[in-house]
Design a protein around this ligand. Structure first.
Ligand SMILES: *Cc1c(COP(=O)(O)O)cnc(C)c1O
Length: 468
């Protein structure tokens, strides 16, 4: 399987090279040249398998010859061994034909663990074989950073630097990033918002001299492996509810468009998905794009669902590439326009296809809080604000009631105890394995929103540098 850039100018790469490079050299994102189709009998055969076995079958065609079958099985096994639920991603019923797919049973209590644990194990295996080390940088609005630090702490293959917007992540998220003591992982508080962090990350990649000097890699959702790992649970959930014999719908709390793009990939692979719903908070660029056909940035509004407080959805570029029939030049022009004027208009054909493939709904903080209270009152699980936005959108775009509706539960309520407590009067407790998080000592590094300062910090703190 070969991977091409969404901007059409970077070299075509193998799975391994695409994984290690993250952002393509032309500024684009890597996508598979062709999406493999899983015939209905192979989809049906996933029923009853362990999550790990299903993951192996869904992801195998994408990985090519990067790993032997045995090696790939072992990597998947290590990735999910630390999860706190035997099903890994259990389905919980929250209405007559309505379900919550709980994706928060990993070490940092958000769905990011499902991809990040796999990415960590893949990097470790590939880099050990190549006898190389890399410097990984990531930008986070909260959950990616803690998941990455948890996945890479103590691994030999990489130094990890996570940029987060100072004061804009929850206390649990911050503590999960600042309390690990391993010398190869670093959380850095940037004086700016998430989009500033993301812009710094992109700028480091576009500084080719720096990129080569430190062997830069990224595990942000622009890394294809992140998307790939998330394709798996769309299959396991749909099959548990009757696919491929019957279609299901998904509602996905969306920020960077990584998780929902994975659902779109699952659909292209042949999974029957009736509706794929983009659920947004007040930072609703995607919802507005569906309505108006214009992708237009506005400032970021901080909300009780900080992992969705974004201005630009990086992974939307992957969909755009498809909407423009894999014309990298057209994508590059749209992105250049976005950089210059903060907006671009989609072609009429692209808008029509976007609306064919996706529905969308927006929930504001009041509606989100009301949904947390309502589901708890009805005897359902205590939802975190992100998951509640998914449920609001699921109900707003319900459609045919005979089609199972699955809302993605993207975080554990205890990650956002203030917002959840305010909404329903119950302050959710951390699971036992994280119970002492508030007592652990923090390491906090603050840096200006400035490329040279961030690059200097990375240079000085790499293990190689410190050991020299
Ligand atoms: C990251 C995150 C999201 C948004 O996912 P994207 O892939 O960025 O669209 C939603 N909810 C939670 C809890 C998250 O951590």
């Amino acid at each position: 399987m070969r991977y091409v850039s969404t901007r059409g100018q970077a070299p075509v790469l193998s799975f391994e090279a695409a994984m290690l490079s993250g952002l393509a050299r032309d500024g684009g994102l890597y996508v598979p040249e062709a999406v493999p189709v899983m015939p209905p009998d192979e989809i049906a055969a996933l029923a009853g398998l362990s999550y790990e076995d299903a993951a192996y079958r869904v992801m195998r065609p994408f990985v090519g010859d990067c790993f032997s079958d045995g090696e790939f099985r072992a990597i998947i096994g290590r990735a999910y061994a630390g999860f706190g639920h035997p099903a890994r991603c259990p389905l919980v019923q929250i209405g007559p034909n309505d379900w919550l797919l709980e994706l928060h049973h990993g070490p940092t209590l958000a769905f990011k663990d499902l991809a990040m644990q796999l990415v960590g194990q893949m990097f470790e295996a590939v880099l050990a074989r190549r006898a190389e080390r890399v410097t990984i940088v990531g930008a986070t609005s909260g959950d990616t950073g803690s998941a990455a630090i948890e996945a890479f702490r103590g691994l030999d293959a990489a130094d990890l630097f996570i940029l987060y917007p100072r004061g804009r992540v929850s206390e649990v998220q911050r503590r999960q990033m600042t309390t690990p003591t391993e010398a190869n992982v670093h959380a850095i508080a940037v004086e700016g918002d998430f989009d500033d962090c993301q812009a710094l990350l992109k700028a480091m990649f576009n500084d080719h001299a720096f990129r080569d000097e430190v062997a830069l890699a990224t595990v942000n959702s622009i890394n294809w492996v992140r998307v790939l790992a998330q394709v798996v649970y769309y299959f396991t959930a749909a099959v548990a509810l009757g696919a491929p014999g019957r279609a299901v719908s998904f509602s996905v709390p969306t920020g960077n468009f990584g998780d929902i793009f994975a659902g779109h990939v699952a659909r292209r692979m042949g999974l029957p998905i009736e509706r794929l719903i983009i659920a947004t908070n007040e930072n609703d660029i995607l919802h507005r794009t569906l309505e108006s056909g214009v992708y237009e940035t506005r400032g970021v509004t901080p909300t009780t669902s900080p992992s969705m407080d974004i201005q630009v959805s990086s992974n939307f570029e992957r969909l755009l590439f498809e909407l423009y029939d894999n014309d990298g030049g057209a994508v590059a022009r749209s992105m250049a326009e976005l950089g210059e004027s903060g907006r671009f208009a989609l072609s009429q054909g692209a808008v029509a296809r976007l609306r064919e493939g996706f529905a969308s709904a927006r929930s504001d903080q009041a509606a989100t809080a009301a949904m947390i209270a309502r589901v708890a009152r009805e005897g359902g699980p205590v939802l975190d604000p992100h998951s509640a936005i998914g449920v609001v959108a699921a109900r707003a775009c319900r459609g045919d009631p005979s089609v199972p509706m699955i809302a993605l539960g993207t975080a554990h309520a205890a990650k956002f105890p203030d917002a959840v407590g305010d909404a329903c009067g119950v302050r959710p407790a951390l699971p036992a394995r994280l119970a002492d998080l508030y007592e652990r000592e923090e390491r906090i590094t603050v840096v200006a929103n400035d490329l040279a300062s961030v690059e200097a910090l990375v240079r000085q703190n790499r293990m190689e540098q410190r050991q020299a």
